[in-house]
Design a protein around this ligand. Structure first.
Ligand SMILES: *Cc1c(COP(=O)(O)O)cnc(C)c1O
Length: 472
């Protein structure tokens, strides 16, 4: 029986522990549905008083990891696939054990400076200008929430009950949730129509803002999507920027899924206008392939974050060294605790920094370019198939399509493709009809796995369309 000798393991114990961890993450384990027995045992288990045998603990973790959906597989084409880069996990290990405090620059200036470099890379990538600031948060939902709180303080401080937020019909659910948490009335989240079934109509937003002003309400923010989760559609960002600036309201762009395509030429062209946003949500745990728990918010004006989130705490007076505008007086580094809802925070910067150093930006650019290529290829193949229709057109790496037939036919195709087990698609509802989605994002998704998915889709579509044809 192997047990750890204490909280701070001896070097050889730590080596053993890391070797076991390595086995758990590199093993190519078959999917095994743990079943009700495993789930029940885990749910009913409680930690014991004494250390457990390492082998037994590792075996239990192995069973946990074999169960359920593995979002890191190459064949994951459902929802928004998540990669889980090992280099980011190593960064996480270092950050967690070193446990540097990065909420205020004075505690660990070099650690904050390292993060600040990556943050500036982000704001420069999106051309947000010299007063911009990025902050790393837990995900896209918290980034959207943080943005709406900043917008509220900028345009409706003390008057949130009259504040209005404008979103598209395909806006992510986290935007409505964020508006609700930020104190906006549910009735004041205007769901504005699309111009083509997928993209927010700028003129509809302009009219809604005008009407609300006439009614004595306070328009606060327009929320555009740069890559909807449903269909990967990019709202007309430049036209929405015109509407927002004419009306004097905040423009937030939710680019949680699509933002990092700005690293590619095609993505940059499709995201044109994003540089005029007041704030942008990004999800490095989606399109930068990092582990879950890594979101980012970029704002054009750091001061907006200071006004929304800065508080004084007497017990921090020894270390605050506040300079102007949310920066510390010594090095001009961001005082991250004064720019976000968090005080003590994970040193998330290292999670971005290390992979960018070890792989280079070019590797990310190439992987995202390949995702665009593969989605474009899938679109062509699906368009060429008589039993299938592509719904709308993909701006980025999500292709939506239907088989000839009713909603049940879509479900039947989905079930047949997913039953194969090697690839996984998902479905959504577009214009009231069940629609299938193929989303390419993982850096592990290659040409072969997309070809396999297309073969399975075409075979299933022929079969299902044939069946419904003979019925009709
Ligand atoms: C995933 C997603 C979100 C929510 O982000 P989380 O990281 O899941 O909290 C918000 N908006 C869009 C467009 C997304 O794709």
């Amino acid at each position: 029986m192997t047990t750890l000798s204490g909280f701070d393991p001896a070097p050889e114990e730590l080596t053993e522990l890391l070797a076991r961890a390595r086995g758990l993450i590199t093993e190519d384990r078959p999917r095994v549905d743990g079943g009700a027995e495993l789930i029940g045992a885990l749910r009913d288990a409680r930690p014991g008083e004494h250390p457990r045998d390492l082998d037994a603990v590792v075996a239990e973790l192995d069973a946990v990891l074999a169960d359920g959906v593995d979002p890191t597989r190459p064949g994951e084409l459902a929802y928004i696939p998540g990669s889980g880069l090992a280099s980011a996990a190593v960064a996480e290990l270092i950050a967690a054990v070193a446990n540097r405090y990065t909420g205020l620059a004075g505690f660990a200036p070099a650690a904050v400076a390292l993060e600040a470099g990556v943050l500036s890379w982000l704001t420069e990538l999106f051309g947000l200008g010299p007063a911009a600031q990025a902050v790393l948060l837990s995900g896209g939902s918290t980034a959207n929430l943080t943005a709406l709180v900043a917008a509220r303080e900028a345009h409706a401080a003390g008057a949130v009950e009259r504040g209005v937020v404008y979103v598209g019909t395909h806006a992510h659910a986290s935007v409505r949730k964020a508006a609700r948490i930020a104190g906006f009335r549910p009735a004041h989240v205007r769901i504005c129509p699309t111009s083509d079934g997928a993209r927010l109509d700028p003129e509809a937003v302009r009219i809604a803002i005008k009407q609300d002003r006439a009614d004595g309400l306070v328009p606060v923010a327009v929320v555009a999507a740069a890559g909807t989760t449903n269909a990967g559609a990019v709202d007309p960002l430049a036209a929405l920027a015109d509407v927002a600036s004419d009306a004097g309201v905040w423009l937030h762009v939710d680019a949680a899924y699509g933002g990092f395509f700005a690293l590619t030429d095609r993505g940059r062209a499709r995201l044109a206008g994003i540089e005029r946003a007041d704030s942008i949500t990004l999800d490095p745990h989606k399109s930068l392939f990092l582990p879950f728990g890594t979101g980012a918010l970029l704002v054009r004006d750091r001061g907006a974050l200071v006004r929304a989130f800065a508080e004084d705490a007497d017990y921090l007076r020894d270390l605050e060294h506040d300079g102007p505008d949310g920066l510390d007086a010594v090095h001009g580094l961001p005082q991250l605790a004064e720019l976000t809802p968090e005080l003590t925070r994970a040193w998330r910067g290292l999670r971005l920094w290390l992979p960018l150093q070890l792989h280079g930006v070019g590797a990310f650019r190439a992987a995202l370019d390949r995702a665009l290529d593969l989605a474009g290829h899938a679109e062509q193949v699906l368009r060429a198939e008589a039993d299938l229709e592509v719904v709308g057109y993909p701006d980025l790496s999500i292709v939506t399509f239907r088989v000839r037939g009713d909603d049940a036919a879509q479900d039947a195709v989905l079930a047949r493709v997913n039953a194969d087990g090697r690839v996984r698609l998902s479905s959504t509802v577009i214009d009231g009809r069940v629609t299938l989605r193929l989303a390419v994002l993982s850096h592990r998704t290659d040409r072969a796995v997309v070809e396999l998915a297309l073969e399975l889709i075409v075979a299933a579509a022929r079969e299902v369309a044939g069946l419904s044809g003979s019925r009709g």
